[in-house]
Design a protein around this ligand. Structure first.
Ligand SMILES: C[N+](C)(C)CCCC[C@H](N)C(=O)O
Length: 288
């Protein structure tokens, strides 16, 4: 099983992640809290109360973990394509796989990465939603002191299953939308590249960026539900399941609730995925 794809996926995931984290924090807060009037309001309040550091809450952990998850995504994707089409990453420019194969491989990668991602994503969302300013004397300490403490507290209170809260919604979110992700990327690359040639860096940036946006647009409704189910059990109300969360969110807040965070998700998706694909392709090219 070729391993370079896993390593390239890890490095490129980490690079994309740092760039996207501030957007991600604003997104999670907008989706799960009702105190903000919009993106700008949330940014201003976060900056005022918590300084720039507020935007980077919960980042050290994703860097180590979500980057590994990205490596599962790209590694499984590439190896699934190898199994389906008997072509390696290098051979695929000359013999491009069909979009059906790309979609199936993307869904496979998406499905497997969702399981690795679930506990890390839960911890990220919980930490991002702690809006207390850092270490102010006299103020009550935040519930979680950091990622390890957060994981341990959830584990203690709810057992290992607690760490997989929202995992089902996450799997439903990621399986089809990562199929869409790779199909969009491949399709755009092929539009701007003469047959059999390697796409230029500019093409990879644009195709990666739009692949990220398309995939996130499709993923946003379930992203909202996922984040809410992950917060359930804390301040927020508890839901009986995914469907209950969907129905009661829509009843209370209208259908618009499913598009919360769409703008910020898209704004984040472009740079993150442009950089992820560019570094992924470059690393694989340079390793021959
Ligand atoms: C499938 N879904 C849209 C959720 C994610 C697709 C893009 C993944 C990328 N690591 C990012 O964070 O943007």
């Amino acid at each position: 099983m070729p391993a370079e794809e896993f390593v390239a996926g890890w490095i490129s995931g980490a690079l994309g992640l740092v760039l996207g984290h501030p957007f991600d924090t604003v997104k999670v807060r907008l989706q799960t809290q009702t105190t903000y009037r919009g993106i700008v309001d949330c940014m201003v309040k976060t900056y005022r109360h918590e300084s720039l550091l507020g935007f980077f809450k919960g980042m050290s952990f994703p860097i180590a973990s979500i980057a590994v998850v990205n490596s599962v995504l790209f590694g499984v994707y590439s190896n699934a394509l190898l199994a389906l089409t008997a072509t390696s990453h290098q051979e695929r420019r000359a013999q491009p796989p069909s979009y059906t194969h790309v979609f199936i491989a993307g869904c496979t990668g998406g499905f497997l990465q969702a399981y690795c991602l679930a506990p890390f994503d839960l911890i990220k969302v919980r930490l991002q939603n702690q809006t207390e300013p850092r270490a102010k004397p006299g103020s009550p300490p935040p519930r979680y002191r950091g990622p390890v403490h957060c994981a341990a507290s959830i584990f203690q209170a709810e057992g290992p299953r607690g760490l997989f809260r929202g995992a089902w919604a996450l799997t439903l979110r990621d399986t089809p939308t990562l199929g869409i992700y790779f199909v969009t990327y491949e399709w755009l690359c092929r539009q701007f590249t003469p047959d059999g040639q390697t796409p230029s860096s500019g093409t990879v940036l644009v195709a990666g960026g739009f692949a990220g946006i398309t995939s996130w647009v499709a993923a946003t409704p379930l992203d909202v539900i996922k984040s809410r189910m992950q917060m359930a059990g804390l301040k927020q109300r508890a839901y009986r399941g995914l469907l209950d969360c969907m129905v009661s969110s829509a009843r209370q807040e209208g259908l618009g609730v499913f598009f919360r965070g769409l703008t910020i998700n898209s704004a984040r998706a472009f740079p993150v995925n442009a950089v992820t694909f560019l570094s992924y392709e470059h690393l694989l090219l340079s390793w021959g």
